[in-house]
Design a binder for this molecule. Structure first.
Ligand SMILES: [Fe+2]
Length: 196
């Protein structure tokens, strides 16, 4: 039988609190309540993605500004670092308007979800990491999703307008709504969750 590792349980508790911050839109907080209800039940089919990608090497520089932070943002950064060896990495290779080199300059870390540390199909909890000056392609997907930012970063939600929610704040993408993100001169790091 699968037993959840304490480091993962710790990260989940911290992420659950981050997704209830008042700085998030109400729809993001409401989605997160449902996601974390499901995550309470550990589940793993053992099909973790084993490949690492070049952008994984940006993890330390992306998290460095938060490692000494006494808030939950710092706790989240330290918890993610503790999970690094068990994260399931993946990349997007389709979509429009991405910067020329976006494939090499981004990576997603799946923690709970398909191919992740806890590989499962009912929820997704993980993060996106973009190298500086990277524009991730426009895309959409049926599950709605919520983000919490651990860095600076800009987001687009189909209306031509880019905005930076701010560290510790976030956004909500309704089902099938087009969206994208881009980094400035520092790496973009954002935790997301989806209800599948
Ligand atoms: Fe998305």
């Amino acid at each position: 039988m699968y037993t959840r590792h304490d480091d993962l349980a710790n990260f989940i508790r911290i992420a659950q609190r981050l997704f209830q911050a008042q700085a998030l839109p109400a729809a993001a907080r409401q989605l997160a309540v449902k996601v974390f209800e499901r995550i309470e039940q550990p589940s793993d089919d053992g099909r973790r993605n084993s490949q690492r990608y070049p952008a994984c090497d940006l993890l330390d520089s992306a998290l460095a500004p938060l490692l000494d932070d006494p808030s939950d943002l710092g706790a989240a950064a330290r918890a993610i670092k503790s999970l690094e060896a068990s994260i399931g990495w993946q990349r997007r290779t389709s979509g429009s308007n991405g910067s020329d080199d976006y494939v090499a300059k981004h990576v997603h870390g799946m923690i709970c979800g398909p191919g992740g540390m806890e590989s499962r199909y009912d929820v997704q909890l993980g993060f996106s990491l973009l190298a500086p000056l990277t524009r991730y392609p426009d895309h959409r997907h049926p599950p709605e999703e919520a983000y919490v930012l651990l860095s600076a970063g800009e987001f687009w939600q189909g209306n031509g307008h880019w905005f930076d929610p701010g560290i510790g704040a976030g956004l909500h993408n309704p089902p099938n709504s087009p969206h994208a993100m881009r980094s400035g001169t520092t790496p973009l790091f954002a935790i997301w969750c989806l209800l599948v």
